[in-house]
Design a protein around this ligand. Structure first.
Ligand code: GLC
Length: 422
């Protein structure tokens, strides 16, 4: 039973309006192309009313997979001058044009969900094709993005994490040399209030990292070994571990014994390695620099994905729940993307405070699975209240519930349809 048929209708209309024929833009104006993890969540949203379109969203994304296995973070299906950095700036030389970096590996989890919704038939050809694509993508992560050999995910650009300007990246970004960046015209601040977007000094660093990749011809080995930004991201480490568990279910259903063995090894590696991210003082899993080895020590919404990944000792989980409890003292709504009081916390600025419903969804799913239904329900109810109060924004203030960033956002609409509006 839906809680609010009018909002259901609006959510469906947002997805339909943002549909560009086979793929969906995150929102009109600000993000005019196909984004990797947005499309994964959007597919779930479509599945609520158009199953064929749901599969197609992911198939279109995967059609841009690189030969080395990487699924790019943006696919530029058509030109649009309203976005920087566009295909020419990335210069990857791919057809269709894409960026040169990836985004959180949530696809396998979503493919499993779509497949199960249709009765988990092992012969399902769409699932089988996407299984193969996800396996190649996970192989890419484990061979190019695990420099420490502990099954955790290193990112070479902060945009890969999907949590673009989180304070977790500040120290590493501060070491990036921006002297060769040159001039460029940002487009994001022409679409939304600059107070809600990353600052100019930060943007210069994002562009400098991009240029390193372009200058070495997007050689992913070179970028991983010598790039200017090398962070082990707690979010992607948890997401990949979870995605491997889901991929394993698909491998077993298909009867791919070799693939299944490979995936089991990855899971064991990550389970044994995850403690490397634990920060005893913060009482949470935190992102950590792969070069300097420093922990960010920051509690973010991604820290709570430990439940979703099914990791953490009893003591660690108890401390995470304490942190969750602590968040409620400053936040009217859960989950802020950064704990209030942390440096650079700002309830309106993107990933330095605002709530993002896709992270809420994953965190709540994990909490429910691990026996914390009360917390899961609290996060779901807060998420629903945000949409009821403010509409389908990109993100929301944890203090006032006001929407920030772009409006009519595809993945926010999807989260209403599949989760918080139900
Ligand atoms: C921003 C977000 C990222 C998202 C993209 C498109 O860059 O930080 O997570 O994928 O917008 O919505």
């Amino acid at each position: 039973m839906s809680r609010n048929p009018k909002l259901d209708q609006q959510a469906r209309e947002i997805l339909q309006r943002n549909d560009r024929g086979g793929y969906t833009v995150p929102t009109h104006g600000l993000y005019p192309f196909q984004w990797n993890w947005d499309s994964a969540f959007v597919a779930l949203g479509f599945a609520a009313f158009d199953r064929d379109r749901a599969w197609q969203e992911i198939e279109t994304l995967v059609s841009a997979q690189w030969d080395d296995g990487m699924i790019p973070h943006i696919v530029f299906h058509q030109n649009d001058d309203g976005y920087f950095p566009g295909p020419g700036v990335w210069g990857t030389g791919k057809t269709p044009p894409t960026s040169g970096i990836t985004q959180p590996p949530v696809l396998a989890t979503i493919v499993r969900a779509l497949w199960e919704q249709e009765g988990a038939v092992a012969a399902n050809p769409r699932m089988r094709a996407l299984y193969a694509a996800c396996l190649r993508s996970h192989r890419w992560f484990h061979s190019y993005r695990d420099p420490l050999g502990n099954g955790l995910v290193m990112v070479t650009h902060n945009w890969e994490t999907g949590r673009d300007n989180s304070s977790e990246w500040d120290d590493a970004l501060a070491r990036v040399d921006t002297s060769g960046v040159g001039t460029y015209q940002r487009r994001d601040t022409g679409h939304v209030d600059a107070a809600m977007r990353p600052k100019q000094s930060e943007y210069d660093r994002y562009v400098a990292i991009l240029q390193f990749g372009k200058n070495c011809g997007w050689d992913h080995r070179e970028i991983a070994d010598h790039g200017p930004f090398r962070m082990v991201d707690v979010g992607m480490s948890m997401e990949l571990l979870r995605a491997n568990r889901d991929l394993l279910v698909l491998a077993e259903a298909i009867g791919d014994a070799e693939g299944a063995a490979e995936i089991r090894d990855w899971i064991a590696l990550s389970e044994a390695g995850i403690d490397w991210l634990w920060n005893e003082e913060a009482g949470a899993f935190c992102s950590r620099d792969a070069t300097m080895l420093e922990s960010s020590g920051l509690v973010t919404n991604a820290s709570f994905l430990a439940f979703y990944a099914g990791v953490g000792s009893d003591t660690q989980r108890a401390r995470l729940l304490e942190a969750l409890d602590r968040l409620t003292t400053n936040a009217e709504y859960l989950l802020p993307s950064l704990e209030a009081g942390s440096r650079e916390y700002d309830h309106r600025r993107y990933w330095r405070g605002p709530i993002w419903l896709v992270v809420n969804y994953m965190a709540a799913q994990g909490l429910a699975e691990q026996g914390h239904a009360d917390w899961a329900e609290r996060i779901r109810a807060d998420s629903a209240r945000l949409i009821e109060k403010s509409g389908f924004f990109e993100s929301f203030s944890p203090e006032t519930g006001e929407g920030s960033g772009g409006d009519d956002f595809s993945w926010t609409a999807a989260m209403w349809l599949v989760w918080c509006g139900k």
